[in-house]
Write a protein that binds this ligand. Structure first.
Ligand SMILES: [Zn+2]
Length: 254
């Protein structure tokens, strides 16, 4: 259910694994994505095929396990862009907007990011009381979604030197194979993301790119998940399974 959880000065970080939910294969078990909020990116990834009722039940189970109100969790309709949005309340009955980073200074408002190989990025400045969740795939990392999230946080009083950054399970640089030209394009923009697969072909390390971007902005407290989704049977992986569920990362303030 909750694969990893940490609290720092009243800010809480949590990442799910794939177990403990009610979805059937290929979304088994704790698929937290889709469920009536189909996005172009989600549809492409196949997650919209799960039963919306199962996703709703899974979101309730995960929230209960975290001790948060499922109705207050703020989700995103993720589209691999670099926009960051400040939020003050749950979407309620409104459509979930197309955005890849959300930021809040509101206490008790959990922000959630969905992934299955992309890098889920959770940020918190516990002193300022500002948190952010961002979805960084290869396009989003290159477009600067993480710097956009940090900028939106500083706009609310956060200081990068105080920001606690945690990234969750994601496909690693030894597994994320790409065409040679794509690796060149990524490396030209963010050299740290240049990688090689364990079988010797061109690859991209999105998490390394995210790490470098955060360090460049002055973020010092940064921990990266050691879990590779493609290699871990306990996590959803789009590159391994194509039609699969979504993991979630949650961040919130007391
Ligand atoms: Zn890997």
């Amino acid at each position: 259910m909750i694969g990893r959880r940490e609290s720092v000065g009243g800010a809480h970080f949590a990442f799910t694994d794939r177990w403990g939910g009610v979805s059937a294969a290929p979304y088994a078990e704790l698929n937290l994505g889709g469920g009536g909020t189909p996005a172009r990116a989600e549809s492409r990834a196949g997650e919209a095929g799960d039963d919306p009722g199962a996703v709703r039940a899974n979101r309730e189970l995960a929230a209960k396990s975290l001790g948060v109100d499922p109705a207050r969790v703020v989700w995103m309709n993720q589209v691999h862009r670099a926009d960051a949005l400040v939020v003050d309340e749950p979407w309620g009955e409104r459509p979930v907007p197309e955005v890849d980073a959300i930021v809040t200074a509101r206490r008790g408002l959990p922000l959630a990011v969905l992934t299955a190989d992309c890098v889920p990025v959770l940020l918190a400045d516990p002193v300022a009381g500002v948190v952010a969740a961002a979805h960084a795939g290869r396009p989003g990392m290159l477009a600067g979604v993480v710097p956009a999230a940090v900028r939106a946080m500083t706009g609310l009083g956060a200081d990068p030197a105080r920001i606690v950054a945690r990234t969750g399970p994601a496909v690693c640089g030894r597994c994320y194979e790409v065409p040679d030209a794509m690796r060149d394009e990524v490396a030209a923009a963010e050299p740290a993301a240049r990688a090689t697969t364990s079988w010797g072909t061109p690859a991209v390390d999105v998490a390394a790119g995210v790490r470098t971007q955060l360090e460049r902005l002055g973020v010092r407290d940064l921990e990266q998940s050691a879990v590779c989704t493609r290699e871990s049977a306990d996590h959803f992986s789009y590159r391994r399974d194509r039609t699969t569920g979504r993991l979630a990362g949650y961040v919130w303030l007391d």
